[in-house]
Design a protein around this ligand. Structure first.
Ligand code: PRX
Length: 673
């Protein structure tokens, strides 16, 4: 790790820029290594020091850390600071108000329409949270109860999340792209006593009938013997000028309650409930390979420490910074970086309830200029959409305020990395590629601005307290350079404690595959410098002619053709090769597919990866099937190329109609080998 080469392959090494370095908390690789080693040699001392920066009503009653990752020794568990009392909401808001920062802006919020704006200070946020906490209490919600939140990315949604944290209720935020079925499944699984939603919202020009969906979901809940007494409805449409396509909103006085009415009469004072550090804070559902969603459960003290610390160092956050994370509140990115990590660090953030291409492809860059954003964090899928547009959408904005750029959610291929680095950041902003999961709470592998030399496409080095390694199929650790299953050897404060309602599934998913380790489910390679490169989910690997190939590697090569906007690679069984390679591509505007393009694409793949990786079939398609977070549902593509009739659960797809289009487009071309 200490001897960084600078001539690696095509992967140039980008050294930290002087301007970022001068300001950075950690301003050299040596400084990073020193602090990293401290964090893994004595994690208890390391995290104790960090915990001293937060408010605790009382100290841990037992050990600061206790855990077991070894199935042979008994049940798997991790506990940090058990017995210590705190309140996460108090640490996020009250603490800053008491320290004299009540007038600092917590959020600049902007809606789907650029003329829809709001802002809120820490002091005002505290009052709103207290009012909402009193509303929840009046509806009978108490410590330990579960509250489902199905709301767009708004200040009000954050108020509900934090009012739950204030009274010790456990929130579960459900992404607003989910259907009524998916919403009902999650409400029932979480045993939620209350649903908070909005009457509707727009994404671009498309109306999203949130209340109608919620009503359908509640009918399903009732049918499944899980009736809810109350559904609070925030009038999101009240301030919207756009009215086209808004249908009648269903309303049932016996269950529906108006947010505005309830909030108007609630007191803005509410004492926080003092919670054990190991009391649950929230449950967040993430997809599982079996199709049944997993309710990832995070607890209070450890998650607070880890989210705040990751926020501070991964984004080198300073009080004058303006942070913008484009992630939806329905995903862990929104939880950790739009809410918990950001507020814990007294941050001013931009909260955006729109899409990057509305009213045009310059929306992100426009927001960045108007709010003077210093730190912009987004997903490769959004970048790939924007990359295919005319460069003027980016270049007509100055982006001069930007200091740091971040990426999350999937491997960022070098073409996209370079576009982000060169065009968006004009080579002055480091790209912080953060590898993490709903289960890890915050990034576990990522560069630090000002310290870590970057390589396009590498998640780089572990964060404080994380000891990642790679193991082969037999669970044997691979030392030095190599490729295998990415696992973590030790507990960190932000690790999920269980899957709600099924500790057995938690154990079998994350600890049984390689006893003694937390298993990420991802493959990774470690290069000669000790850098980690995330290859992709284990289920995204394919094996053709005996070569184990990552779909991400093929996709990254496909993306290098100038016509390709998006790409997905999957496999189908093949009589001689084991698996054949099927690639779906979405072309950029103004390109049309022909044999020349096809042979050029194949030749790029041959050139980048070798003949073994050349696609057997390429399908130019209008769009890829994606879930709300923007992730491509490769599982579905795999079934389509295998001509399977049963596609499994597709309820999380943003656009259901794409399934039949893809079936039709592939049908003529697919040969069953
Ligand atoms: O496969 C990895 C990919 O996203 C998975 C986790 O998904 P989720 O729980 O929805 O959380 C996403 C936001 C943190 C991982 O197992 N992933 C996430 N970040 C990266 C990534 N793959 C490569 N590089 C990343 N930076």
């Amino acid at each position: 790790m200490k001897s960084l080469k600078t001539n690696l392959d095509s992967n140039a090494v980008y050294l930290p820029s002087d301007t970022v370095q001068k300001k950075a908390y950690i301003s050299s690789l040596d400084a990073y290594l020193k602090m990293y080693h401290t964090s893994i040699e004595d994690p208890i001392e390391f995290w104790k020091k960090i915990s001293a920066q937060f408010f605790w009503k009382s100290k841990p009653t037992g050990p600061f850390l206790s855990y077991n990752f070894d199935l042979k020794k008994g049940p798997i568990f991790t506990k940090w600071m058990e017995g210590a009392l705190t309140n996460v909401c108090y640490n996020l808001v009250d603490r800053h108000v008491q320290d004299g920062y009540g007038d600092k802006i917590a959020y600049y919020w902007e809606g789907n329409e650029p003329d829809e704006q709001k802002q809120i200070t820490y002091q005002a946020l505290l009052k709103e949270i207290c009012k909402c906490a009193n509303v929840l209490k009046a509806l009978g919600i108490a410590k330990g109860d579960r509250v489902a939140i199905y709301m767009p990315t708004t200040i009000e949604a954050i108020v509900v999340m934090l009012s739950c944290a204030r009274i010790g209720a456990i929130h579960t935020v459900i992404f607003t792209g989910f259907s009524a079925d998916a919403l009902a499944t999650r409400i029932i699984a979480a045993k939620a006593k209350l649903l908070v939603t909005a009457n509707g919202t727009f994404r671009g020009t498309k109306f999203i009938p949130l209340k109608s969906i919620a009503t359908q979901a509640l009918i399903q809940c009732k049918a499944a013997n899980h009736p809810l007494n109350d559904c609070i409805v925030f009038n999101r449409l009240q301030t919207m000028k756009r009215r086209e396509g808004i249908p009648d909103i269903p309303w049932d006085d016996s269950i529906d309650r108006s947010w505005e009415t309830l909030m108007a009469s609630a007191s803005d004072v509410c004492e926080p409930e003092w919670m054990d550090a190991e009391d649950p804070l929230f449950i967040l559902y993430t997809s599982g390979s079996t199709g049944k969603p997993k309710g990832v459960l995070h607890t209070s003290g450890g998650y607070l420490l880890y989210a705040a610390t990751a926020f501070k160092y991964a984004f080198d956050y300073h009080p004058e910074d303006l942070f913008f994370c484009s992630g939806d509140l329905g995903w862990i990115t929104g939880h950790t970086f739009n809410v918990y990590g950001a507020l814990a660090c007294k941050t001013t953030s931009v909260l955006f309830d729109g899409i990057p291409t509305y009213p045009d492809g310059g929306r992100f860059w426009d927001l960045i200029d108007r709010y003077k954003v210093t730190t912009f964090y987004t997903a490769p899928t959004a970048l790939r959409t924007l990359m295919q547009l005319e460069p003027i959408y980016v270049t007509k904005y100055s982006r001069a305020s930007l200091r740091i750029l971040g990426s999350v959610g999937e491997p960022i291929d070098p073409s996209t990395w370079n576009w982000f680095y060169e065009i968006v950041g004009e080579k002055r902003c480091p790209i912080i590629d953060t590898f993490w999961q709903t289960e890890t709470g915050a990034p576990i592998i990522c560069p630090l601005p000002g310290a870590t030399p970057l390589k396009p496409g590498a998640a780089t080095l572990p964060f404080w307290g994380i000891v990642p390694t790679i193991v082969n199929d037999n669970g044997v650790e691979i030392i030095g350079e190599g490729q295998g299953h990415l696992v973590v050897k030790n507990p960190w404060p932000g690790i999920a404690r269980t899957l709600d309602g099924s500790h057995e599934r938690f154990t079998s998913t994350y600890f049984a595959p390689y006893n003694g380790y937390y298993y990420t489910g991802d493959r990774a390679k470690r290069d000669a410098d000790g850098y980690f490169w995330i290859i992709g989910r284990t289920d995204d690997m394919l094996n053709s002619s005996g070569y184990l190939i990552s779909t991400a590697e093929i996709e990254s090569a496909l993306m290098q053709h100038p016509s390709v906007a998006e790409a997905a690679a999957v496999s189908a069984p093949h009589a001689t090769k084991g698996e054949s390679i099927h690639c779906f591509i979405v072309l950029k505007h103004k390109w049309s597919y022909n044999h020349i393009i096809e042979s050029e694409i194949k030749s790029i793949v041959r050139h980048k990866l070798g003949a073994f990786a050349v696609p057997d079939l390429i399908y130019p398609v209008p769009a890829l099937p994606k879930v709300g977070s923007g992730k491509i549902m490769r599982r579905l593509l795999r079934k389509i190329v295998r001509q399977e009739v049963y596609l499994g659960d597709t309820s999380t797809l943003v656009d259901q109609s794409i399934v039949n289009q893809l079936r039709a487009l592939t049908l003529n071309k697919v040969k069953i080998f």
